[in-house]
Design a protein around this ligand. Structure first.
Ligand code: HEM
Length: 497
């Protein structure tokens, strides 16, 4: 009885403090409004299984910009209004990323472009990596895609029309593509030790990135060796050894012809060296520290694998589910005289408007990166009569924007044809369609992602009829994690003749 009274008293006291803090922030500090918090859990219970829909529903009451406390942390700001989201994401004061303790564990010496502040080094890394990716796309793209896809198709053919869970095959094909783009690796098979190492590094890093990972909640755990809990020291060492070995062997073998992103960067660095006035010396030195810029390269794998694999799996699922759409994609291929033994190159995408419309509608409809990657205010931002204080974490709701009736009629219907009505189908800037982020630091891999998605879809349908086994009924809501993951599902790949 005494215990019950004590607990009730503590909870009431916490409730009083939390409400007081909410009212202080909303009424006096002019933070955007939002639901009041409960002690300990804040507003976590309001997010549910599909947080992007819950936040959209809250916007009906609180407006296009609102705030909500998650657990015992600060109140986060959510932006649902498309114009406001664009305005904020373009602000130089909303271009930092929040600090995640796991990144300090993984890379004390320097964060990669995905997690470091919007500083000189970020701009330098981003400029060099972006221009490397663009050049590589012009020279190597279809070659790289064809290699990984042929490898995938051989495996699918070997299944002889038996239902399979496609996840492992797709993730391996994506990592093969990324490994080839970044390090120039040619993998003999899925068991190739180099591929297995990247797979392991990526999987362990993804586990560490989960916000509910204990190390993000109790950063001190990294210093303690517990038998039941990893402290990630082995991961850090393995990552550094792998990246340093790659860097050294690329430097040793570089003959002036860049074949992958690592080569491109070495070339850029050599060219920059002759132009010593170009950058401020101190920051240039910082960039040149291998452990610092190699982390930016590692970020490409971590930022790219999961997003790309999930989107490809969703694409396959929608292709199998919407047989009428698959027929239209096939007709478009055959009308262009493509036969199953051909490989469709990405630079011919203009000839395939329906295929492009289908994959864009799938991306819009699912919106896997529903809240993007959060940004943090580096100064107080005043917007629409509210203040977003320095240090506040802001989430744009891309799912809401992609389902906004201002841009899309019947946004909750799956209709690839809607994209055919647009004049700028192939443009990366379609109003009301935000997949790769916006403003100051959008996705650096978007060119690679667009090419992969189009190419894998087009060439898979060219070679295989894709269908769900008769008893397969996947839950089309998927699982909301860092991105919306597709459900587990089986597919049948029937080779076309
Ligand atoms: C369909 C696939 C992909 C989707 C949906 C996607 C989406 C996103 C989004 C929404 C952001 C946040 C942008 C912002 O804050 O405005 C982002 C950032 C990022 N993406 Fe992607 N991405 C994809 C593929 C890739 C690929 C293939 C790579 C690597 C080659 C990549 C590397 C990154 C990196 C490094 C960042 C962090 C950029 C920074 O903070 O400066 N992404 N991506």
């Amino acid at each position: 009885m005494v215990l019950f009274v004590v607990i009730s008293f503590v909870l009431l006291f916490l409730l009083f403090c939390t409400l007081l803090d909410d009212l202080y922030l909303i009424k006096f500090k002019r933070l955007p409004p939002g639901p009041l918090s409960l002690p300990i859990i804040g507003g976590l219970h309001l997010l549910g299984r599909e947080p992007y829909k819950s936040v959209q529903n809250m916007a009906a009451k609180y407006g296009g910009i609102l705030s909500l406390r998650l657990g015992m942390q600060e109140r986060f700001v959510y932006v649902v209004d498309p114009e406001l989201a664009k305005q904020l994401l373009s602000s130089e004061y909303l271009a930092d990323r929040p600090r995640l303790p796991f990144f300090d564990v993984l890379s004390k010496e320097g964060h990669g472009i995905g997690s470091r502040p919007y500083d000189f080094t970020w701009k330098l890394h981003t400029r060099i990596i972006y221009s490397s990716i663009s050049k590589l796309i012009q020279t190597q793209l279809d070659n790289i895609l064809q290699n990984s896809e042929e490898h995938l198709f051989k495996i699918l053919e070997g299944k002889k029309g038996e239902p399979i869970l496609p996840e492992t095959e797709i993730r391996t094909a994506v990592l093969m593509t990324m490994g080839r783009f970044i390090f120039g690796h040619e993998y003999a098979s899925a068991d190739d030790p180099k591929l297995q190492l990247i797979l392991w590094l990526n999987e362990e890093t993804m586990k560490g990135l989960q916000p509910v990972n204990l190390i993000n909640l109790i950063p001190g755990l990294q210093y303690i060796s517990l038998p039941f809990y990893p402290n990630y020291r082995n991961l850090k060492k393995a990552k550094e050894r792998f990246l340093n070995d790659e860097f050294e062997s690329h430097k040793r073998n570089f003959d002036g012809h860049a074949l992958d992103i690592m080569d491109m960067i070495i070339k850029e660095l050599e060219e920059d060296e002759h132009d010593s006035m170009k950058f401020r010396q101190k920051q240039r030195k910082e960039f040149l520290l291998p452990q610092n810029f190699l982390m930016s390269i590692f970020t490409l794998i971590v930022g790219g694998e999961q997003t790309l694999s999930s989107n490809l799996l969703w694409l396959l699922l929608y292709t199998a589910k919407h047989q009428d759409c698959q027929e239209k994609i096939l007709r478009e291929l055959r009308n262009n005289d493509i036969v199953p033994t051909d490989f469709v190159q990405f630079h011919n995408k203009q000839k395939f408007p329906y295929t492009t419309a289908f994959y864009k509608e799938t991306m819009r409809f699912v919106s896997t990166s529903y809240f993007g990657i959060p940004r943090t205010a580096s100064a107080d931002i005043h917007v629409n009569g509210f203040t977003i204080p320095k240090g506040t974490t802001v989430f744009p709701n891309f799912w809401s924007i992609n389902h906004n009736e201002k841009y899309w009629s019947q946004p909750h219907e799956f209709q690839p044809e809607r994209f055919l009505e647009l004049k700028n189908l192939h443009s990366p800037n379609i109003p009301g369609f935000i997949i790769y982020g916006y403003g100051r630091r959008p996705c650096i891999g978007s060119q690679i992602a667009r090419a992969c998605l189009f190419s894998f879809l087009c060439n898979t349908v060219n070679k295989f009829h894709v269908s769900l086994p008769p008893d397969e009924e996947p839950d089309m809501r998927g699982h909301t994690q860092l991105v919306i993951e597709p459900p587990k599902f089986k597919l049948i790949f029937q080779k076309r003749s």
